[in-house]
Design a binder for this molecule. Structure first.
Ligand SMILES: [Zn+2]
Length: 51
């Protein structure tokens, strides 16, 4: 799974691909992939350095 974060509201979700519409904004938002690929955040699975 890939973690995605809405650039507008910060909503995060895990899915194979980002949704068309942000469930929080109810708009077409830009989602960034903030999946953690390093051991430092392996517990959460989300890279907090990516905002
Ligand atoms: Zn949003």
């Amino acid at each position: 799974m890939t973690a995605w974060k809405c650039q507008k509201c910060g909503y995060t979700l895990e899915a194979a691909a980002p949704p068309e519409e942000c469930p929080s904004c109810k708009k077409k938002c830009e989602f960034v992939n903030n999946t953690c690929y390093t051991p430092d955040c392996s517990q959460e699975g989300i890279d907090k350095r990516i905002k």
